[in-house]
Structures are given as structure tokens and as C-alpha cells.
Write a protein that binds this ligand. Sequence first.
Ligand code: GDP
Length: 316
Amino acid sequence: MTTFTLENKRVWVTGHTGMVGSAICRQLANVAGVTLLTVERKALDLTRQQATEQWLAEQQPEVVFHCAAKVGGIEANKTQPVEFISENLTIGLNVINGAAKYGVQKLINLGSSCFYPKLSEQPIVESSLLSGALEPTNEAYALAKISLAKLCQFYHQQYQKDFITVVPTNLYGPGDNFDPNAGHVIAALIDKFVMAKKQQLSSVTLWGTGKPLREFMHVDDAASGLVFLAQHYSNDKLINLSGGKTVSIYQLAQTIAQIVDYQGGILLDESKPDGMMKKSLDDSLVSQLGWKPKITLIQGLKSTVEFYLSRVAPYE
Ligand code: GDP
């Protein structure tokens, strides 16, 4: 059931140079008549309310995919909580309040699987939000994302705005941040294993115990899901975007080592945090609507390694 059509709409993707934003732009190229609106960071600083409102007033988007955010892996989140909470709240308030003020018909806000309580039952259902304490390593980011999800819900309830929050599981793919210190685990490990092979290092060191379990989704699947939900979901309740298999960090590392053909050892640095021991999202709601991811972890990892080798590594 289509609840909203994207065809022939003016669509603003915030954060269009990021991993998720750029994947959404690629997906929207398949939707008839969409006018894609994007703006470089140097031309519009989303932490500036007045500038953000002016952009909305001039460009008159009818739909907003709000993907702009300060993101990072476990270490970056742990060491810069001030920046993670402030930037994400400020940008989100400016974009969401501005969208409401300037007549945006549909807004798709990105939640995050890390905003569910640390000890949630697995796989995590949407109604777990705010039912317990957060994982401390990403509390700042999570608090900002929870506030913005609630803001969208309140707009729905108080002003009947079709603003939805979609919660993707852990994402990876082209456009990810491959920095070995600041990136999320898949991108960081691709960088570490490729470098170890090039430099003929005898081992690669993982953070933590290698035991945490994570569910991963390729960003092209996530973008297809977000574009699908923009058209098929209009509700004040959160919706998870997931449906993949769960793997341990150690299994993931072994798979990446195989793909890059790295023959050395895999060590563990247990002084680094594990974060949540298990994180996977219940996909009942989204699968009932008729959507499932298509890209297997192996396929997705292979194409992401190819992307890294052709687009990222040669420039270093
Ligand atoms: P999280 O899903 O929010 O915990 O974020 P990450 O993707 O950064 O980390 C996922 C898991 O991978 C955590 O248990 C990390 O400790 C583990 N991990 C192992 N090696 C690495 C690494 O090199 N970088 C990152 N970011 N995580 C790693």
C-alpha cells in the first residue's frame, strides 16, 4: 500500500556526501521525476538555524531525507561526547523544525540501533526505546538521536506531520569512513587488513574480545529500504530497518581477512571496549510491509573491499 508518492517531488537529502546520503541519492535516481536537492557543507552549515531556514525557504523541498549527522565508531563516540550530542541535536533541530515550518510534506529521520537500551532483549523491538539505560560508549550520540526521533513523533501527534523515524541496523559499504581509529568496525577492519597485507605485517589486532555479535546491512539495501518506507510508512512509531544475519566480530574479521587474502594472525586488544555484547534488530514490522534486504554479507564485503581498493587506498 502506497501511503505517499515520491514521484515528481522536490527531495532534499541532507548529508548527501556521506555513506547513507549518497546511497539514497543513487536510489532516488530510479524514481520518476524526482528533483534532487543537495547542498555542500561549505555553502550551508546545518548548525546555523537561520541559514538552514533560508535554504528551506528558497528551495521549497517537499520531502527531506535527514541523513546529515556527526557519526563515528566506538572510540570516536567515547572520546568526543560533547561534539556528538551537540552537533547532532543542533543539526537535527534545525532541519526538522525548519522542515515543519516551511511545509515539507514527508520527512524521513534516521534513528540508530545504538539508541536502544544496552540490555534490550534481542532482537530489539521498536517499543524497547527508553525502557532502560543506554550503552555508555555511545550515550551522547544516542541521546541526540532519541530526542530527534521523539521530536518527529511529537510533530506527528501534535501537528499531524508525516515525519517518520527509521532505525537502520549497523551499516557499511562504499562511502564509509575507512579511518582505522575513527571508523566503524567493517571499514576500520578493511583498512587494517589491506594495510597489513601490503606491509606484510604478521598480525592484525581487533578491539575488544571479538565476541560481540552484530547484524550488518549494506548501505545500498538500507537506501532501498529508506526509499521504500518513505512511500509505504506513515506512522508516529519508529520502524526498524533490518533483516540480515548476525555474526561475531571475530567471524567478521576472519571473513574480511579471507577476502583480502591476508594470511597473518588475528590478535585481540581487550583493553578496548566491546560496546553492546549483542545488537540485532527485530524486522517484523518492515518485513510485514513487504521489504527485505537483498545483499548478503559476503557479497557486500567483497564489493566494499573493491571500492576501498579502487577509491580510497590509492590516494593514501
Ligand atoms: P558499535 O556497533 O556501536 O559498537 O560500533 P563499532 O562498529 O565501532 O564496533 C563494533 C564492535 O567491533 C565493537 O565490539 C568493537 O570493539 C569491535 N571492533 C573490533 N575491532 C575494531 C576496530 O578496529 N574498529 C572498530 N570501530 N571496532 C572494532
